[in-house]
Design a protein around this ligand. Sequence first.
Ligand code: PBG
Length: 327
Amino acid sequence: MNLTQRPRRLRRSGFLRDLVAEHAVRCEDFITPLFVLEGQGVAREIPSMPGYFKRSLDLTVEHVKVLRDHGLKCVLLFVQVDDALKDNAGTEALNAEGLMQRAVQAIKRAVPDMVVMTDVALDPFSSFGHDGIVEEGQIVNDTTVEVLTKMAVSHAQAGVDMVAPSDMMDGRVGAIRAGLDQAGHTDVGILSYSAKYASCFYGPFRDALDSAPGFGDKRTYQMDPANVREGLREAALDIAEGADLVMVKPGLPYLDVLHRVKQASSVPVAAYQVSGEYAMIKAAAAQGWVDEEAAMLESLLSFKRAGADLVATYFGLDFARLQHGQA
Ligand code: PBG
């Protein structure tokens, strides 16, 4: 054939392909979620998240040092709360001596450079397993926002770098920003879960934290998977209310939303490859149906290609190990 254009010329060798690659996965962009529980010397593998562990605070701190030594820069903290401490008011979430507050202090003390983020939502603390306060079977918005604001200030007092509200109540970013500022925490940032969908892919996470909703589902606050313009609206509101970073969640099933939010957003955009996405790759790999390493790399790269500046993923350390040649 007499062809002037032969795109395959740029694919002839690995070196050439590397040279023209448009996107790359970087450890620097990862947010590593960590599950913290009470106790000493406890590391418990999460059954629906093979290879991923909940750890007591002492081992969490050791793990954060490992993350740092592998070039990871950011952790996002979640805590598992004893059933006896759960109520419908988020009381334990505001406890200055609570596990979350102690975790922030201990990690910042041991690894001051690590960017520490905390989940701000009531579900792990709620006797109903909902992200907000429940009244007559409804999740009430404004009362919940008041508690979330106090929760964020309490994390700031413990030394957090950024709070990450994941609850999807209306107006919470603005209220949290005002609360932080009034308390003198103008440097504490907000990563908002802006377009967070009511998704089945959070299943393993809810197993891990024992935080599944006790009644109903989360569809009166988390978004309808049918909607994309609504995600743009949520992101725009959060940015207007003072969000420093916005996030789209889950990841792979919502790359279109991620792409659109990135185009419309003036702040960096994060994607969250959630627990169920991790579990699917692990499960298929365990069956020998997909190659785990390749599936990890391809999915992580897809977030960058769709426009993610940051990627929250359970594969961060695996990727870093692979890159450092010690898989
Ligand atoms: C809590 C929260 C959830 C996740 C992050 N923060 C669960 C939920 O909304 O039900 C899910 C993370 C994951 O599945 O990896 N509001």
